[in-house]
Each structure stands twice: as C-alpha cells, then as structure tokens.
Design a protein around this ligand. Structure first.
Ligand code: ADP
Ligand SMILES: N[C@@H](CCOP(=O)(O)O)C(=O)O
Length: 306
C-alpha cells in the first residue's frame, strides 16, 4: 500500500430555509494521512482534536470499519495522521467531514470502488441528513433530497458573494439543537416554509442576492426554534446588516452564524464583528469547489474521488 492523503472540506448546511437539503462546502479542511503500519496507530494534530488519540475510539476509523464491514471486508492496519481546521460542534459540518473521510478510508484500503452516489448514500445513512455530506463529497453549493428513499442531488452555480463566519467559543451538538425543533408542522406552515425555500433557490439561481438574503432570513423550518440557543443571534445579524450583508443565518445547527455579503464587503464586516465580539473566531471563508480529494503521497499523483 502506498501512503495517501484524504482531504475533506467543512460545510455549512441549511442556509436558512434549505433545512436538511442545502449545503455549501467551505475551504477549511480535515486531512487524514494514511501510511502502512504493522498495527493501528492514530495521531491527531489539531487544536480541535485531542492529541492522545486512541485508535480503537477514533470516529473516522470506526466509520471506516463499519463501511468495510458492510462489504464483508476488514481494514488492513495503518497509521493515520489526522489534522483538522474544522471546529467541532459549531455548525461547520465536522461530523460529515469525518464520516466522508472514514468512508473514503475504507474505499481506498479495501478497494471497494464505491461510486460518488454510494458514498453519499452511506454518508447519509450515518449522518441522518445529506446536506453536509453532499458538499463535503462534491464541493460547491449542493441541493439534496433524501425524501424518496434514496438521495438525489444537484449542484447549483457558484455563489458570487463574500462569506463571513462568526464562531463562538461554546459548542452546540447537532443532536441537541435538533431536539429544539417541532416534530410536526401544519399544512399551512409547511406550505409557507416551502414557499420561502423555493424563492430562495430561484433567487440564488438568478443571482438575485438581495432577494436570496431576504428569504434566508425568513426561514420557518428551524431558525425560529433555534434562535434562543445561539449566542448574539440578533446582534450578529445587525452588525452584518450594517456592513451591507444580504443575509445572516445559523450555520447548520449552530451555534456559528454565517453572513453572505456583496463581493468586497467581507473584510469590513469581519473587522466589525471582531471588534464587537472579541471572544469569537471570525473567519472570512471561501467556497471549496472540489470536495473530497485523495492524493497519493509518494508520487504526488493526484486524483479526485469522482
Ligand atoms: N475529526 C474528527 N474526529 C473524531 N470525531 C469527530 C471529528 N469531527 C467531528 N467529530 C465528532 O462529531 C461531533 C460534532 O458533530 P456535530 O454535533 O454534528 O457538529 P458539527 O458537525 O456541526 O461539527 C464531535 O463532537 C465529535 O464527536
Ligand atoms: N440540517 C442539519 C445540519 C446540521 O449541520 P451541522 O454542521 O450543525 O452538523 C440541522 O440543521 O440539524
């Protein structure tokens, strides 16, 4: 086995009313360097991950083992060096990145020859919703649905906006944030919420970012139920709006918030947010357009998973 590197981007899900459906890949990365070893070893190099990783408990390795098991294969022992720029449990899709890395690890080590669609289905089965898994796999802005018993997806054209992420120190697990949501919507509310989502997608496709921003901030599916869990929810919206933001929404299940701004306005917005919220990590992020990427380390020969 030749050493190789798996790289998976972070992602922001929902973008307001695209709950469990819309996701955008972001240029912050989880990387896993894989090399031969006589026994399993895991090293983690990241402020977000504990350095003393136990191979048996490692989430990426667990996912890889489960994936291999589904195809009646066993992983050969390896050394994994995991580095991550993705903050955990902040709403930037760290769990989806780890799941995609685990599926890819199994695919590479056991020569499963999984198609991109199979990886999406496997990832969705584990995560329970496809909106982070799809952009982590494919890059860019992706719309998905898992409503028909399988996952269908389509890529949207790139976003022509600046993106600023406001990340608080405290975490919020997606599972806990999902508990705040109602189990049922009336037909009237479901129709209203879907109409907002429909207009959002059409506005994004038309490049009408003012209308898109208005729709992002008109979500009826999750934002009204989660706002109280998000520190500085209204302040961040206000500060970003003062800097001309089209819209600011909860990133994924939160607690980070993401602002979309006209090109060139991201820096001033990030500067103001840093001044107003000194405890926050404020990031100007670009969109990742590649998604999952595998590099053969020994030869520097690169190949994407598609
Ligand atoms: N690289 C990683 N290695 C191990 N576990 C991870 C990794 N990335 C994420 N996780 C797990 O996923 C959890 C966060 O998932 P979640 O609550 O869905 O938030 P988010 O996906 O928004 O970061 C972490 O607390 C950790 O248990
Ligand atoms: N649609 C999901 C997205 C969760 O994203 P994460 O990055 O917070 O894991 C939700 O809103 O629960």
């Amino acid at each position: 086995m030749k050493p190789f590197r798996i790289r998976v981007p972070a992602s922001t899900a929902n973008i307001g009313p695209g709950f469990d459906s819309l996701g955008l890949a972001l240029a912050l990365y989880l990387t896993v360097d894989v090399s031969p070893s006589s026994k399993w070893r895991v090293e983690q190099h990241s402020p977000h991950l504990s350095a003393d990783a136990n191979a048996e408990d490692n989430y990426i390795l667990q996912i890889a083992r489960e994936t291999a098991g589904q195809f009646h294969k066993e992983l050969p022992a390896c050394k994994l060096v995991v580095s991550s720029e993705v903050p955990l449990a902040r709403g930037l899709g760290s769990s989806a990145s780890a799941i995609v890395a685990g599926i890819e690890l199994a695919d590479q080590l056991c020569s499963l020859s999984l198609t991109p669609e199979q990886k999406l289905e496997l990832g969705n089965d584990i995560e329970g919703h496809p909106d982070n898994i799809a952009p982590a796999l494919y890059g860019g802005l992706i719309i998905t649905t898992a409503a028909a018993g399988r996952v269908d997806w389509i890529r949207m054209p790139g976003l022509d906006t600046d993106v600023v992420m406001s990340i608080p120190r405290q975490d919020l697990k997606t599972e806990a944030s999902r508990k705040a949501l109602p189990d049922m919507f009336s037909r009237e509310r479901a129709a209203a919420a879907s109409s907002v989502s429909n207009v959002l997608v059409a506005a994004l496709l038309s490049g009408d970012y003012r209308l898109a921003g208005k729709m992002m901030e008109s979500d009826l599916f999750h934002e009204p139920y989660r706002a109280h869990l998000i520190p500085h929810y209204n302040d961040i919206k206000l500060y970003a709006a003062e800097q001309g933001a089209y819209g600011t929404v909860i990133s994924g299940a939160g607690p980070a918030m993401i602002s979309f701004l006209p090109k060139g306005k991201g820096k001033a917005c990030a500067d103001q947010l840093k001044t107003e919220l000194p405890d926050y990590q404020i990031e100007r992020l670009s969109v990742d357009r590649t998604g999952l990427h595998v590099t053969q380390s020994s030869t520097s020969k690169e190949r994407t998973s598609e």
